[in-house]
Design a protein around this ligand. Structure first.
Ligand code: ATP
Length: 224
């Protein structure tokens, strides 16, 4: 696929534990196109987080290649990978991982400052993003002063702060009650659609998976 934002080819990943070799991924192949939202479903322990870490350049596969935006990134050194990750990828985790001593706006601004934005430009973009997800009144609040759903919306804004090409999410609403989860998920889908980025979202929830464009299933170390 020529417009593939993320492409995984023949990805293998083994872990050594003493004499044991655990083969978690055994030749996983998949791609996500621009503007496409793909659900990643897998039985527990099948390697879903391992696959996302590899796609997010946080882990190096034992074999195979990762390409993002047509760039082969698996051969980059640590510095190159960190740069590519900052430029190209946004992450949303099950738990928000916001910095507790900073406000919502600062949490969204920090990755922009790290990427070289001015304080004023970062603040303006953060405020626009937070307003987009309905948090106009919460811009100066710290994470502890926000509800779980609000914290996760801030985390979504942070992931989008540097206009990534690819959004990776691991159970992004898995820690929320069903109603809040549904609302935050709707918001996530809306903003992803508006920005036209590619998204790979791991979920155990089949209802949420059904609302994405396509589902890929990881089983036995391969995409089936
Ligand atoms: N650093 C590691 N060293 C050894 N084994 C590991 C390591 N990381 C993961 N594994 C093993 O690889 C397998 C897949 O782990 P992974 O976290 O990717 O699963 P998962 O599909 O995300 O599970 P869940 O859905 O339950 O979170 C597990 O059996 C795990 O024990």
């Amino acid at each position: 696929m020529s417009d593939a934002v993320l492409r995984l080819d023949g990805i293998t990943r083994t872990f050594r534990q003493g004499p044991r070799v655990i083969e978690v991924l055994r030749g996983a192949e998949m791609s996500v196109a621009r503007g496409e939202i793909v659900a990643l479903v897998a039985p527990s322990g099948a390697g879903k987080s391992t696959l996302l870490q590899i796609a997010g350049l946080l882990d190096t596969p034992t074999g195979g290649t990762v390409s993002i935006g047509g760039e082969p990134v698996s051969t980059l050194d640590d510095r190159g990978r960190t740069g590519a990750r900052r430029r190209l990828i946004g992450f949303v985790y099950q738990f928000h991982h916001l910095l507790p001593e900073f406000s919502a706006e600062e949490n969204v601004s920090i990755p922009q400052l790290a990427a070289g934005a001015s304080r004023a430009a970062a603040r303006a973009r953060s405020e626009a993003l937070l307003t987009r997800v309905g948090l106009t009144e919460r811009i100066s609040h710290r994470p502890a002063e926000l509800s779980g759903g609000e914290q996760q919306r801030v985390a979504i804004c942070r992931a989008l702060a540097n206009q990534p090409a690819l959004l990776l999410a691991d159970e992004p609403t898995g820690n929320l009650d069903p109603e809040t989860s549904g609302r935050v998920f709707d918001m996530l889908m809306e903003v992803v659609r508006e920005t036209g980025l590619a998204a790979l979202i791991a979920t155990h929830n089949h209802e949420l998976a059904a609302r994405m464009d396509r589902t890929v299933r990881l089983e036995g170390g391969v995409i089936v």
